[in-house]
Design a binder for this molecule. Sequence first.
Ligand code: MF3
Ligand code: CO
Ligand code: CO
Length: 267
Amino acid sequence: MSVAIKNADEIAKMRVAGRLASELLDFLTPHVRAGITTGELDRIAHDYQVNVQNVVPATLNYAPPGHRPYPASICASVNHVVCHGIPGDKKLKPGDIVNIDVTVIKDGFHGDSSRMFYVGAPAIQAKRLCEVTFDAMWRGIRAVKPGATLGDVGATIQRHAESHGFSVVREFCGHGIGRQFHEEPQVLHYGRPGTGLKLQPGMIFTIEPMINAGRPGIRCLADGWTIVTADHSLSAQWEHTVLVTDDGYEVLTVSDGTPPAPAAAQA
Ligand code: MF3
Ligand code: CO
Ligand code: CO
């Protein structure tokens, strides 16, 4: 198992890719409204990436072993969809919660980020789920520093989610990222403190917890991609791409519209 340590030039390029991923989410934000279809969001996102940002949509035709090519330029996961929702002709409606996950390739390097969006006013439990998932991601990010372990990251995410009665999806994890979309290490969103890979400056990986309101179990739909909760409970996810620095972390997927980090006491 080898985890790359990125050099200064690679880190500079990852900053650019990360900013572009975040700016794409900023651009999409006003479009995420009742009445639009996720397919329309995908087309808008595709055109912006290709014509304005001059990036390659990393998800389009992405085909890891055992998968058919992913057919879209974003993932749009609504309500009980956990991740990898394929955009389609269903309209968003008031009360929906939606994860939009984007990955762009700029100059050979990947930036990967996702956010939750409310369509109209969310139900109290749905809002709570999205907030707890955001805070869980930030707890994980704040655990990142040289000498800490991936178990520290996973454990703090798991503790936060479960303390609110929610559950952590086990089948999908964060990942190293760079010239490849998915590199080593795997970043589990659960675990035991002090276990697993020891972090070193120059490592870059995503932290992207998927948190379910009900049971942790999932299943995959017949399209081969869309992951839903087995019990049909709501699911939320947030994702940032993070660099291990000499004294902590740097979030690479930042732009003017990035939701601010929660107060430390809360998260
Ligand atoms: N962006 C997702 C991640 O965070 C991966 C999506 S792969 C796709 O790792 F093919 F479903 F788009
Ligand atoms: Co990712
Ligand atoms: Co992603």
